[in-house]
Ligand binder design. Structure first.
Ligand code: GLC
Length: 471
């Protein structure tokens, strides 16, 4: 089968979150089991773009309201990523440094999607499946099916994967002026609550819809930022497929970013050495358990609860742990996390930035990883942590619920039910107590590193999903 993934992010070209990791890994694993998988994304001006060689493979133009926009498709030349990566450039819209956060994001992603379809419509053969990720690519199934100019694409199957249903790409109806002429009887498919809603449109128009874990799919029927009844209505074509991790990037045995590589056999020594280095760097006493948080500092991840929860846990435990935070996000949360440095000096540090290298060192050197998320469609950090022998402390939600089993149930994590300061503090205290039994901790580590969370199974699940619609 030939699959074209369409996404706003793809690691290592451009990453804001887990979406990039998924789109940068899944195609490799699909290729490994005998399929052709390609990725197309916008050509942001990232360091990856400048540090690699590209060739121009197509030039075309789209009508965009009153103007004609020219676009260029380039392809990474050396193929070291193990899949074809295509980027689309549109002067004035996509030639920017950041992925998101501009006032004209709607225009940018709309022009991107139109260029993708225009380009695909010129392919000599057609892909079997166009696999769109999140709302940034959500209008593609509609355009492919109902625009007169693209009628010949309407037999190509489409799949939507939802990595986050909070963001839906809402636009008012004035944006219609940018759309190619479509069957006006179908206008209702574009709409949700009197607005154009690209995510809702994709849920209605794609042949199959999945989220990145089964529990998240169930949760969406109750809370989906306004789309609950749509999920309920379309549930026949909806499913959950858990994400995997890319073993070639996330493997403590080969990871070049960590201080001491390790595997199952020397995990105890490996963890100790990595922890030593990390504690040295942040002035921590390495005999205490080290609890870390890695992620975007936003309400969805319950990062707003961290300052109070951490302070309470320090007080309650009489400073019996160290805590290291890595991430950036909402300014108020960043400020609050920095404001408690003084009070817990020597035990606490917050590093307010996005830092891929430090994150690897934290997975390798920490004892516990805290994820109190309010919403977690899948979550990859807990999978990375487990692979590096770090015990996850998670709220039972979305993919966290599907991937972490509590130590009380013969599992390997610490799980709690509510995204509240109380539950977080209670779980940190549980972790500190658990850490006192070094043998148990080592056993759990050995157990976790053996769990196979790689993409192999889920990559096949996606192929099975395509087969269910493709004859
Ligand atoms: C989003 C979700 C995260 C998921 C990732 C990849 O970032 O928040 O839970 O793991 O997408 O699917």
């Amino acid at each position: 089968m030939e699959i074209l993934h369409v996404s706003a992010e793809c690691f290592p070209m451009a990453k804001a979150g887990g979406l990039a990791d998924v789109v940068g890994a899944l195609p490799k694993y699909q290729i490994a089991i005998g399929h052709i998988a390609k990725v197309v994304m916008p050509m942001y001006r990232t360091s990856f773009l400048y540090n690699n060689e590209w060739e121009v493979v197509h030039k075309g133009a789209i009508q965009f309201g009153e103007s004609q926009l020219e676009f260029t498709v380039i392809k990474e030349k050396s193929d070291f990523l193990k899949f074809n990566l295509f980027c689309i450039d549109i002067h004035g819209l996509l030639d920017r440094q950041k992925i998101y956060g501009y006032d004209d994001d709607n225009e940018r992603f709309l022009a991107f999607q139109l260029s993708v379809i225009e380009w695909v419509s010129k392919w000599k053969h057609q892909p079997d499946v166009v696999h769109v990720h999140d709302y940034h690519a959500g209008l593609i199934p509609f355009f492919m099916r109902y625009c007169y100019d693209y009628r010949h694409l309407n037999t190509i199957k489409t799949v939507l994967t939802i990595h986050n249903a909070q963001y839906q790409g809402w636009m008012n109806w004035s944006f219609k002026k940018y759309f190619p002429v479509y069957d006006s009887w179908k206008a209702g498919l574009l709409e949700w609550n009197n607005q154009i809603n690209p995510l809702a449109c994709a849920i209605k128009c794609a042949d199959k819809v999945n989220t990145v874990s089964p529990t998240y799919m169930k949760e969406l029927m109750n809370t989906a930022n306004g789309l609950e009844s749509l999920f309920e209505f379309e549930k026949g074509k909806c499913s959950g497929i858990i994400n995997g991790i890319d073993n070639s990037v996330w493997n403590p045995k080969t990871d070049p970013l960590i201080h001491k590589q390790f595997d199952q056999k020397n995990i105890v020594v490996g963890k100790r050495k990595n922890k030593q280095k990390l504690c040295e760097a942040f002035g921590f006493d390495e005999s205490l358990p080290l609890i870390v948080f890695i992620g975007r500092l936003v309400g969805e991840k319950a990062a707003d609860l961290l300052p109070e929860a951490i302070s309470n846990a320090f007080e309650k435990s009489n400073k019996k742990f160290n805590c290291l935070i890595l991430g950036n996000g909402e300014k108020t949360i960043e400020k609050k996390l920095s404001a408690i440095h003084q009070q817990w000096f020597g035990y606490y540090h917050s590093q307010i930035e996005y830092n891929e290298k430090l994150s690897h060192q934290m997975y390798a050197g920490a004892d516990f990883l805290l994820m109190p998320s309010r919403v977690e469609p899948c979550g990859l950090n807990q999978l990375y942590a487990m692979k590096y022998g770090t015990i996850p402390i998670v709220r039972r939600t979305g993919g966290l619920n599907d991937t972490v089993v509590d130590i009380g149930d013969n599992g390997y994590g610490i799980c709690f039910n509510n995204a509240t300061v109380e539950d977080i503090v209670f779980s940190i205290i549980r972790a500190i107590k658990f850490y006192e039994n070094a043998d148990m901790v080592d056993n759990i580590r050995k157990k976790m590193i053996k769990i196979n969370t790689s993409w192999e199974k889920s990559a096949q699940d996606y192929i099975d999903l395509y087969h269910s619609i493709y004859r």
